[in-house]
Design a protein around this ligand. Sequence first.
Ligand SMILES: [Fe+2]
Ligand SMILES: [Fe+2]
Length: 289
Amino acid sequence: MATLAPTPADLVITPRDRKFARDPKPGRWWAGGDPVATAVYNALSATFPEGEAFFVESVRNFRDGTPPKLAAEIKAFTTQEAIHSREHAAFNKSAVDAGYDLTPLEEKVHWRLGLVKDRPPIAALAATMALEHFTAILAHELLSDPRHLAGVEREDGDLWRWHAAEAIEHKGVAYDTWLNATRQWPRGKRWKVKAKVMLLVTRNCIVDRTLGALELLRQDGITGPRAWARLFWYMWVRPGMMRKIFAAWVSYFLPGFHPWNQDDRRLLAGFELGGQYGQEPARRVRSAA
Ligand SMILES: [Fe+2]
Ligand SMILES: [Fe+2]
């Protein structure tokens, strides 16, 4: 068990109860004036309030009987996710105030999660574990390369950096909960379920977020091949978030994988409660580490 769960012994998961500005955004395209970047982040944010409530429920179902350290981490994880939901609900409201209709995106998330909820609770935990890895590698990339949030207003950038930092900090919780819940399973079965669910979740996530972003671009009057091409370029080429997380995504399928095989806590420097997030460009933090 110990070798399968190398969550650092000194890791402390700290819910940072931050509230971000609720003021109306200066413009509709808050992400550096770019409709495509705005659509991508808005589409992602639309999934969080219901998605993170689902994560919390999925992990909580397996809390009983976990070792004390993991039980404490689950508690901190659920607190962090609840605060993320609250802040993204506020963020989403500002997108609605700016004129976007997020309803079709939210309905899609509701439908997807409904499919999982009809299955045994271990399926929801496997989906959460996969999505938590996906989120953690996106977060790693977001904090490693300032280009992703280039031109974004301080408070909006801080919201995303704060969320990314906490996603990294709690990235092992769903995984360790899964290891504990399936400790009696044969290794082959564990790997098969884990891999199958990751493939499914990845496909759904990419398809749904792409269609969601296209819907928001449509609401901006950007449609057809132009919308597809601009979105593809942004997601896969430059800054190319999806391309950059590919190797980390593949690592999930390798023997001995654990989210903390990569200890990237250096990216969390400067994220103390009430701090000004992102004062230090992550690149400088990295080179100083
Ligand atoms: Fe979160
Ligand atoms: Fe999370």
